[in-house]
Design a protein around this ligand. Structure first.
Ligand SMILES: C[S@@+](CC[C@H](N)C(=O)[O-])C[C@H]1O[C@@H](n2cnc3c(N)ncnc32)[C@H](O)[C@@H]1O
Length: 294
């Protein structure tokens, strides 16, 4: 026998043929399509794609087709979560990785050290969409924040992420920094392109096919851009300032050796055994004229 509620779906308290049912069957359908295409986090991604499409079912179908066809999720939906915030990203730019949170922590720790009365200056080199600069600018509002990056598409996202709280500077390495900052920067942090030539073919497909090689490739030993940075950074960092660079752990010894030969002192740093990446921390030595007794 049918219950009253089934017979009269509009009666208060009755389970009408509802939006919720349509939503949940849409969720299941999208999840099934993503799962069939091999997406590991199909349920979560279904939520994200549905949120992005809103009520536009045609748009949802397009997004699901693109994702099932192998397009990476973040550029498709226009954001990535980093340190609890949504950052703007898009097609053709490097998507910030969660492993870079360690670099962010180290930069924040250094910038939070008592500065005296001076405002501090932070530079994100090789900034891409500027994940570090964006976080520092909102977390430490008194800090001067500058993001250096040559790619116009990445710079547009960086400007959106900084939301007026810092400057985006078109730059080859650090070339765009205003001269007034020479010798006054407290912390420079960078994720330079550091994949070796041999490893470029071993990258996951989402990186290989959808991120620009110029954001990834660091030359035969992966340290080409690292070396360019340590050379240029000496002019901008203040004595005692800190240069923090994410690299692969296999590059650490060679990179530390190069830093030492170019006037930097390696800071001891706990290594993260679970990740295959590391952060090299190089402290700027006092300049030789500053070592002379007066
Ligand atoms: C590995 S991505 C890191 C981006 C960002 N820091 C992050 O963690 O998401 C490296 C970035 O360096 C930029 N880049 C490539 N060549 C450069 C150069 N000659 N000078 C400055 N930046 C460069 C790329 O465009 C890319 O955005």
């Amino acid at each position: 026998m049918q219950s009253d509620s089934a017979a009269h779906p509009d009666v208060v308290g009755v389970r009408a043929p509802r939006q919720d049912d349509a939503q949940s069957s849409q969720h299941e359908e999208v999840t099934a399509q993503l799962r069939a295409a091999g997406c590991v986090f199909a349920e979560d991604e279904a939520d994200i794609l549905r949120e992005t499409a809103g009520d536009d079912t045609e748009r949802l179908a397009q997004l699901v087709r693109a994702r099932a066809g192998g397009a990476p999720l973040e550029p498709l939906v226009g954001w990535v979560e980093f340190a609890g915030r949504r950052l703007s990203v898009g097609p053709g730019v490097f998507v910030p990785r969660q492993r870079t949170l360690r670099l962010l922590d180290l930069a924040l720790g250094e910038l939070r050290r008592p500065p005296g009365s001076r405002a501090r200056t932070f530079v994100e080199a090789f900034a891409g969409v500027a994940p570090l600069a964006a976080f520092v600018s909102s977390e430490l509002p008194g800090t001067r924040v500058l993001a250096c990056e040559p790619d116009p598409a990445a710079l547009r996202h960086a400007a959106a992420n900084l939301a007026g709280r810092g400057a985006t500077l078109p730059s080859d390495v650090l070339s765009g920094l205003p001269a007034a900052h020479r010798g006054h920067v407290d912390v420079i942090a960078a994720v330079p392109p550091y994949v070796t030539d041999d490893d470029m073919t071993l990258l996951p497909r989402e990186a290989r096919d959808h991120e620009p090689p110029s954001a990834l490739s660091g030359g035969p030993d992966g340290l080409h851009w690292f070396r360019a940075l340590i050379d240029e950074a000496s002019d901008w960092i203040q004595p005692g300032g800190l240069l923090l660079i994410e690299l692969s752990d296999q590059q650490l010894a060679a990179a530390a050796h190069d830093g030492d030969g170019r006037g930097w002192r390696q800071e001891p740093m706990e290594q993260d055994d679970e990740s295959r990446t590391t952060v090299l921390a190089l402290r700027a030595k006092a300049r030789s004229s500053e070592n002379q007794p007066s």
